[in-house]
Design a binder for this molecule. Structure first.
Ligand code: PBG
Length: 326
């Protein structure tokens, strides 16, 4: 069968027809809103490179999350900015550190909202690397114990999902073991499994005040040229006990979302990262493209590629858009 019997335009004639045969839906239930949280009160400090995003004190975080939850956003992920950084990343595992404090407040105010915590050291180390450093080298094995302590502190505070983003080898197993020992057998791990060393994290490092003070992250985050290695990273994290695996960034890695979903059939998350947010915001701000249409197209492409979960700075805004004109 082919033209003229086949005419694909027949099913594109009206909005109702198009909706009837639409293969991929973007719904709010898959979205996760990231927040940057810091000590203090009544702080809502704009992040220059991420228009519409802020560093929030806990009270302002509750306000923002309440509004997000009201629009149907089911989950948030927290990044902490500690008052002090040191070489040991002490702030990362302090039971009363900024993230556990924020988690407790969120779970109290909004018990239904899923609270995910990013587990990494870069926001807490004076040198800005994701692991402990000795003689200019990022150490793998000594970092694992610190990450595990951070994960337990977050789970003790009530975090619903633990999300390690450091890219040390063996961290999922270390965190799983520590969580189980601490009685958190039922706390899922969403690992940043295929996390690439990417220029698209630039704005995040301003937001989280976490740029590396020397060198770069290429000795632990992946080379963006490698796909087979990404599948090995995912396989290892699954073997170590990851419940959800993430591909990060999103736009330049749709092939990997697809391949990870095809190969493993696990729940897949994608992180629509800060640089992806910044470039679209900049273009929209200049009137060069329509923000809402571009965001829907982009987020739908993540779902079409196979992502179940989308971490995006637009989550709350998309929830509002979906509510006003679904
Ligand atoms: C921490 C972390 C980063 C991001 C998420 N967790 C930054 C980095 O690895 O440098 C990036 C998120 C974004 O760019 O939106 N390791």
């Amino acid at each position: 069968m082919h033209f003229p019997a086949v005419r694909l335009r027949r099913l594109r004639q009206t909005a109702a027809l198009r909706a009837l045969v639409r293969e991929t839906e973007l719904s709010v239930s898959h979205l996760v809103q990231p927040y940057f949280v810091r000590a203090g009160r009544n702080i809502r400090k704009p992040i220059g490179s991420m228009p519409g995003q802020f560093q929030l004190s806990v009270d302002q975080l509750i306000r923002a999350a309440t509004e997000a939850a009201r629009c149907g956003v089911p989950a948030v992920i927290l990044f902490g900015i500690p008052e002090r950084k040191d070489a040991q990343a002490s702030g990362a595992f302090a039971p009363n550190g900024i993230v556990p404090t924020a988690v407790r407040a969120l779970k109290k105010a909004l018990p239904e909202l899923l609270v995910i915590t990013d587990v990494c050291l870069c926001e807490y180390t004076s040198h800005g690397h994701c692991g402990l450093v000795r003689q200019g080298k990022v150490l793998n094995d000594p970092t694992l114990a610190v990450l595990a302590k951070a994960a337990v502190a977050h789970a003790d505070a009530g975090a619903d999902i633990i999300a390690p983003s450091d890219m040390m080898d063996g961290r999922v197993a270390a965190i799983r073991t520590a969580l189980d020992r601490a009685g958190h057998r039922d706390t899922p791990i969403m690992s940043y499994a295929a996390k690439f060393s990417s220029a698209f994290y630039g704005p995040f490092r301003e937001a989280a005040e976490s740029p590396p003070q020397f060198g770069d992250r290429k000795t632990y985050q992946m080379d963006f040229a490698n796909a087979n290695e990404a599948l090995r990273e995912v396989a290892l994290d699954i073997a170590e006990g990851a419940d959800i695996v993430m591909v990060k960034p999103g736009l330049s890695y749709l092939d990997l979302i697809w391949r990870v979903k095809e190969k493993f059939g696990y729940p897949v998350a994608v992180y629509n990262v800060s640089g992806e947010y910044a470039m679209l915001k900049a273009a929209a701000g200049n009137g060069w493209l329509d923000e809402k249409s571009a965001v829907f197209e982009m987020l739908t492409s993540f779902r079409r590629a196979g992502a179940d979960i989308i971490l995006t700075y637009w989550a709350s805004e998309v929830a509002r858009w979906l509510k006003s004109s679904p």
